[in-house]
Design a protein around this ligand. Sequence first.
Ligand code: SF4
Length: 223
Amino acid sequence: MTEFKVVEKFISINGEAVRAGELSVFIRFKGCNLRCNYCDTLWACEDGAEYSLMNTEDIYEYIKASGIKNVTLTGGEPMLQEGIGELLQRLGSDTDLRIEVETNGAVPLTDYYRSVPDNVSFTVDYKCTGSGMEKAMYLPNFEGLRSIDTVKFVVSDIIDLDKAAEVIEKYRLSEKCPVYLSAVFGRITPEEIVEYMKDNKLNDIRLQLQMHKYIWPPEMKGV
Ligand code: SF4
């Protein structure tokens, strides 16, 4: 059975997207194919990051023992883990669970949209210009989005907001699924984003704050 490299597992509130504020079990996987210049989990992406090996049943049992229904698979980049499809099928076969995969927008998802169970959703990031990683975005991911998925634009400044507005319009994203604008903590204020939304009449788009960074110290792990 495939073994996954897990650098952290814990229970906390979901800080982002549709289930923000609800309890969730987090499984954080090692490794990422991007290096965003604002990354707050770079330690999990590095070759030398310490990890535990867990197979599918280990992860499932950890989740069930927690008594929590929401599951957040994150990283690093979880969709790079060998065997991730098998894990999504296994977790999704338990209809008591709601599995959210936080993915960086640079890994093709089209086949997964079609094959994963309905209780498995993707929160797909779009890393804007300010991240330094925009060229890596895999835009066909926006074609097959389902209503249970989410798109999140991570914005540093007004240039990023302009790009977000352009991509939302081009792919008609707000007609497909919930769409969020998420501030890079410390680079742009929520007020600036709200002003932009007002000025540009961004209907059906939501501001997202990284809730855990307001509750705990921004650099704190395991929350
Ligand atoms: S995609 Fe996420 S984990 Fe990877 S470098 Fe960017 S912010 Fe960090």
